[in-house]
Design a protein around this ligand. Structure first.
Ligand code: MG
Length: 382
């Protein structure tokens, strides 16, 4: 593979149902799509799923665009390699900016697997034909609204429901959902909203009695010790998300006992290769993993389906159909879940045709190495 051309597109899609987490509410999602073209004219697509605002992590669409156009594009343009790792090596010395790197990593893997005539899942070492999908429900205006949303998703066949929680919206809504659905595979995600104090400890002690599959990221990203203490005090598994950005974070989690489950987000960890390495480390440590989402459009969603086909993904992943969130997909066929199962495509690459014309037509900002001057100064080698 030799990368001859790179195009970037900023595309916004409205959410069908606005989504609220412990930090903010959103009605639309803006992601950057990456198209790589090799010397043979084969293309590969990736998605930079950085949120618009720096509330999940430090990265945003704006920072990802800057890093992409100033560093990643110039480093990758003209680069050559046999394996994805050969091309990913060009951004090894760039610290952080995992979401931006993940979009490029996805495009490299899609291109590589299309070139080899392999499904992305097979190229990554996946072993499943279908992936169990769970859904994530935001903070709703009332408990009745939440119960109605749970009904809709259960009726759609999703076997696992995750509830976003925050101080003031935790024990009561969880108990209401549990009372209505005694056998539901239910878990909660705080996105790090709780301080490490006695009030929080009391909340988690009460949630511990609700038969939750896991409590995800109760404390801030850097609170590994607080997570370890909580895990030693409750029977419910603690799952880490925001705390594990690099493989070193995962090793620390394991050594400290800071959780018994890992949410692998391809975007948060900097791409498919790192996500696969995290999977391998977790499997060795006996830690089950699942794939979290960032409201990906079809390109990123298909990559999440592919990584979720690896054997250590033992828990339902956030890979629900695009139709749960968006009116239309940017890939054909759209990513769909049937009775809570998503079929892992067997066609080459991500296994879906990318709707390039729609992306070209609807993007608010584009970048094309064939048309634009590529920033040179920031690339300085050495
Ligand atoms: Mg999470």
């Amino acid at each position: 593979m030799r990368i001859e051309r790179i195009r970037l597109f900023v595309l916004r899609q409205d959410l069908r149902h606005s989504f609220e987490t412990s930090s903010h509410r959103k009605s639309g999602i803006e992601h950057i799509l990456v198209e790589l073209t090799d010397a043979e004219g084969q293309t590969g697509w990736g998605e930079v799923a950085a949120p618009s605002d720096p509330y999940f992590g430090a990265e945003t669409t704006v920072t990802a665009w800057e890093i992409a156009t100033r560093y990643l594009v110039p480093a990758l343009l003209g680069a050559e390699g046999e394996e994805p790792a050969d091309l990913e090596a060009v951004w090894e010395r760039i610290r952080g900016h995992e979401f931006a790197k993940a979009g490029f990593s996805g495009a490299v893997w899609d291109l590589y697997s299309r070139t080899r005539g392999l499904a992305l899942a097979a190229a990554l070492g996946g072993t499943r034909d279908e992936v169990v999908a769970g859904v994530s429900l935001g903070i709703e205006p009332s408990i009745d609204d939440l119960l109605a949303q749970v009904e809709v998703q259960r009726a759609a066949g999703y076997p696992r429901v995750k509830l976003k929680i925050a101080p003031g919206w935790d024990v009561e809504p969880v108990r209401a959902v549990r009372a209505a659905h005694p056998d539901l595979d239910l878990h909660v995600d705080a996105n790090g909203a709780y301080p490490d104090d006695a009030d929080s400890a009391a909340v988690f002690a009460r949630l511990d009695g609700e038969g939750l599959t896991m409590i995800e990221q109760p404390f801030g990203p850097r609170e590994l010790v607080a997570h370890a203490v909580l895990q030693s005090r409750i029977g419910t598994d603690v799952c880490l998300d925001e705390s594990v950005v690099a493989l070193g974070d995962l090793r620390s989690m394991i050594r400290l006992g800071a959780g018994r489950v890992l949410n692998i987000k391809v975007s948060r960890m900097g791409g498919l290769s790192v996500a696969r390495a995290a999977h391998d480390i977790a499997v060795d440590a006996g830690i089950p993993v699942w794939c979290g989402g960032m409201h990906e459009f079809g390109v990123g969603r298909a990559a999440n389906v592919a990584i979720s086909s690896l054997p250590g993904f033992l828990l339902p992943s956030d890979v629900s159909g695009s139709d749960k969130y968006y009116a239309a997909d940017i890939v054909d066929p759209p990513v769909r879940a049937e009775s809570g199962l998503v079929t892992v495509p067997s066609a080459p690459g991500i296994g879906h045709e990318v709707l390039v014309e729609r992306i070209e037509r609807e993007s608010s900002r584009t970048f094309d190495t064939a048309a634009a001057h590529v920033h040179g100064s920031a690339l300085a080698r050495g």
